[in-house]
Unconditional design. Sequence first.
Length: 395
Amino acid sequence: MLLDPPAGWHPDWFQSSASKKIFTALGDNCVRFVGGCVRDSLLGRDVADIDLATTHEPMRTTELLEAVGAKVVPTGLAHGTVTVILDNQSFEVTSLRRDVSTDGRHATVAFTEDWHEDARRRDFTINALYATADGKIFDPFGGLEDLKNRRVRFIGSAVDRIKEDALRIFRFFRFSARFGASLDTEGLAACSLRAADAKNLSRERVRDELLKLLAIPDPRKFLREMQAIRVLPHVGDAPPDLINLNRLVATEMNNDCFSAAETRLANCYAKHGAKEIGKAFRLSKKQQHFISDVREAGQNLDTDTSIRPKIYRLGEKAVEDALASFAGDQRSKFLYEVNSWESPIFPVSGADLMSAGIDPTPELGKRLKILEQTWIDSDFKMTRNSLMALVGPGS
């Protein structure tokens, strides 16, 4: 049964030219918006990704959409997903599916034309909301009522959903932190019962969910519940230190600014180096460097007279994250510098030194670094000419 949407529900992306072309190409009865875009827009929240479900199989979807000028990228054919780029908008279009078999981590799927069967394989009722071309809502499991009551509830048996994919334990806590007023009792009991299943998940999948949870302004309550049901020992190489995290988040909330998820993750492992954390959670080199930069930015803040050198060397975001948990007297001054000061470009290059007769040897690099530090020590005020006047004879 299709339901009327709430009065005034007309999101921009729903009525875009690209959306209309997709519905026309695939057939109004053969495609629906699904998942997060429907859920979030019903809550009045911004929509990041637009997903659609279709009764067509991937090759037919591709054929029909390419015929109307769309660029179609086969991003996940094994699971029936293609990425569609049309009129400068991006969409994920996935064929309706049913699970053939599951192993607790991944599912083998077959395509279907049954909307209810596709909805039944999803995790939570609020993620099984579909919208038709004319704005009607398909809600087979009471997701609208759960959304209204801020309840994150598994579809059918919570234990069975977790047996299909243990990552749903982490997703249950993350979605509860985003949308829930409290944790669903049946869902929490199922997560507790199947907590040990988390040890079979890949580090990458756990990392992604954990970082998304840590990106929520106040995840403390939900992480404490995860600790209570003993799922956190299966995270990384060691369980996170929630005492450290609690202290960090409390200070952030008092300061009304929030650090990046990677910063919070590193705070949970304060005794571990950035590389060690990176290895445990399969972080990228960029993420590891960021953690190192935040930690360096946080050193000696009580005795720093200016934050500008750290902004210049480490970047604004690293300094902002370090200041998020800093309660010293100079915090306001440092934040003002972060927000108002534009990091300058060092006015001397290696080519300048070579023009002055310095041979292109390791000595050139050393001299350049000394000049740069002299420039920093001048509060970035020395000019190129005044710096070049300090250059001695070449080798």
